[in-house]
Write a protein that binds this ligand. Structure first.
Ligand SMILES: [Zn+2]
Length: 193
């Protein structure tokens, strides 16, 4: 009995070191690098043109790609689609109205022929800072929120570490464009190399 108690104590200790959580199945190795299909049809009025907000999105995907010692990576499929309904096999990011108070971005998890298929939607009706400048006191940081949603897209749930990008909320003027060690442990945990 003492040995079991000791083993449990060790588990509890290692569990408290990281707080990330899994969300859904992982992308299978033959899906990786996972192509991202973007939507360039929306006029996101806070950004100066399509190229600016797509550039912001690209930076967020690249930030996840820069993590070493993981088998996971994204690649840009294209910015003009194709994309359609949920579960169509295309992993997308779109800029649309969400119309849900307090929701900045939304990621939906689907399944296409047994494979992970995950889509991000960003709310166009927020006061965004498109970067690379820092957000003002009354702005949300677009890159930080996309970085968070992309963490969901690749298979992470919310972390209970409030310094992590995968923490459930972000305030106005907050800048979280750099992954926390807990986020890095999360992608490595889900996609070990
Ligand atoms: Zn979230």
């Amino acid at each position: 009995m003492k040995k079991i108690a000791l083993a449990l104590a060790c588990l509890a200790f290692s569990g408290s070191a990281f707080a990330w959580e899994s969300w859904g199945q992982v992308y299978k190795s033959y899906q990786i690098p996972v192509p991202i299909w973007g939507d360039q049809t929306t006029d996101l009025e806070d950004c100066s043109g399509t190229s600016e907000y797509l550039g912001t999105a690209k930076r967020a995907y690249i930030t996840w790609n820069q993590v070493t010692n993981t088998d996971f990576s994204w690649t840009i499929g294209g910015w003009g689609g194709p994309y359609g309904g949920a579960g169509d096999g295309f992993n997308t990011i779109r800029f649309k109205e969400i119309n849900d108070v307090g929701v900045l971005g939304l990621t939906t998890l689907n399944n296409y022929q047994g494979d992970r298929d995950c889509d991000v939607k960003m709310d166009v009706n927020q006061n965004w800072e498109c970067g690379p400048s820092d957000p003002w006191w009354n702005e949300f940081d677009l890159e930080s929120v996309i970085l968070h949603e992309v963490g969901h897209q690749l298979g992470l749930d919310h972390s209970s570490n409030n310094s992590a990008v995968m923490w459930w909320s972000i305030g106005m003027s907050a800048n979280k464009r750099v992954l926390h060690s807990d986020d890095i442990a999360g992608i490595r945990g889900r996609y070990p190399d």
